[in-house]
Design a protein around this ligand. Structure first.
Ligand SMILES: [Zn+2]
Length: 71
């Protein structure tokens, strides 16, 4: 499997993450790749201030994300 081009080191998550230019692109990735993930399929996209782009996540609770992306 080819490595995704858009993988960056996220200073907020403190680990490599995929980043998308727009929410639309992130959501399209989720739709197209849902079958490839078992149990941890990304279900939503959120904007990351650290990367200036959108990440996808499988976390259901919005608070878990906000804690990490808060200023
Ligand atoms: Zn990030």
């Amino acid at each position: 499997m080819a490595k995704p081009k858009h993988r960056v080191y996220c200073p907020i998550a403190m680990r490599p993450k995929m980043v998308f230019e727009t929410e639309q692109k992130a959501m399209r990735f989720i739709e197209m790749n849902a079958d490839q993930f078992k149990g941890t399929a990304p279900i939503r996209a959120y904007f990351c201030k650290g990367c200036g782009g959108w990440h996808v996540t499988h976390r259901k609770r919005w608070e878990e994300i906000r804690k990490r992306t808060a200023d």
